[in-house]
Ligand binder design. Structure first.
Ligand SMILES: [Zn+2]
Ligand SMILES: [Zn+2]
Ligand SMILES: [Zn+2]
Length: 345
């Protein structure tokens, strides 16, 4: 019997056991859809705006054009297209006084969680998730990501902005209304920092960007899923999640702020089609995604933004929790081939 494989991440010091012998088919994970719990009033649905704090940004349509506004006090806009609000229970909260930002980290192991935590309501329609929403609305969402990133990253106390999405109760979405979140922190979180440091080392050694090289390399492997003029999609070599995949822009860029209108549309299309393939293949599984990026100009030459999708299909138990080493029972090669089939079905 052949051995299971030990694989190390491209950049992180993180190992995974690819269980080739116990390998499962992606469709093994398909589950009976449980009826969504009868919700009480959805605070994110139109008409309930007063249940939420005033928006930091709203997209409204007037005369066929989109314009942006914010809300204050008790005033709430109606007929919005996208609405961005502060999280009611923020993990990172804005400074109460500007003096609070002078020294956020008080020592090497203590600081205040000063930053931002926002909820981006993706659509007035409760069930407009990215796999099913109309493309123009998903393009608006990507533009909202860019607008909030632009505003928040300009604040002097913000070092990183994590844009992410939790889909399904098991993946941490406590509200079922289609929404994304962002958290701005006063330092670069460990995983992203490790990626940035490792890509800097790679650049010093090879004089090229590791992600640009990965696009070329993975396009020729069984892990390749799809590409178009602007984006490449593949399952990473050392995926820790069954059915994990990454979406990477072909044009080298360290964050999403430089996306052109054409690239924004291509990104929305790629996101929608791949999430739809995942949904069709495994009966709408819970998942998380996150955008890794850099806000530090020094990283410009060697860091390359990307979106990582983590389907929530495995339970991390004693081994994973005690070692931070993972066991993945779907090989990335199988994941990619199945996603590719579902994409082209
Ligand atoms: Zn709703
Ligand atoms: Zn690159
Ligand atoms: Zn990453």
């Amino acid at each position: 019997m052949p051995y299971n494989e030990l694989r190390k991440d491209y950049l992180l010091n993180r190992w995974v056991v690819i269980a080739t012998e116990r390998a499962r088919r992606p469709t093994d994970f398909a589950r009976q859809k449980t009826e969504p719990a009868k919700t009480t009033t959805c605070p994110l649905c139109p008409g309930n705006e007063n249940m939420t704090p005033p928006a930091t940004m709203v997209y409204l349509r007037s005369n066929g054009e989109i314009h942006k506004d914010k809300e204050q006090g008790d005033f709430r806009h109606k007929n919005w297209l996208i609405r961005v609000i502060p999280n009611l229970y923020p993990a990172f909260a804005p400074p109460k006084e500007s003096a609070d930002t002078e020294q956020i980290m008080k020592s090497s192991n203590f600081g205040y969680a000063i930053g931002h935590h926002e909820v981006l309501i993706e659509s007035p329609n409760h069930t407009d998730h990215p796999a099913d929403v109309e493309l123009p609305q998903l393009i608006r969402l990507v533009n909202a990501y860019k607008d909030r990133l632009n505003d928040i990253s300009a604040k002097p106390y913000v070092r990183y902005v994590q844009i992410f999405r939790n889909h399904g109760l098991e993946a941490g979405a406590s509200l079922s209304h289609a929404h994304s979140q962002l958290i701005a922190s006063p330092f670069v979180p460990t995983t992203v920092n490790q990626e940035q440091e490792a890509s800097k080392t790679y650049f010093t050694d090879h004089k090229t960007c590791v992600f640009c090289d990965l696009i070329k390399q993975e396009t020729r492997t069984q892990r390749f899923i799809a590409d178009n003029a602007h984006f490449t999609v593949f399952s990473p070599y050392a995926s820790v999640h069954p059915m994990e995949f990454w979406i990477i822009p072909k044009r080298h860029s360290m964050n999403i702020l430089s996306l052109t209108a054409e690239e924004t549309e291509a990104f929305a299309k790629t996101l929608k089609s791949t999430l739809k393939a995942l949904k069709n293949l495994i009966n709408d599984p819970p998942y998380n995604f996150g955008i890794h990026l850099s806000l530090n100009k020094e990283n410009h030459d060697y860091y390359h933004w990307h979106l990582e999708v983590y389907p929530h299909l495995a339970i991390w138990a004693g081994f994973e929790k005690s070692t931070a080493m993972y066991i993945n029972t779907v090989t990335p090669e199988t994941a990619a081939q199945e996603l590719k089939k579902a994409l082209n079905a």
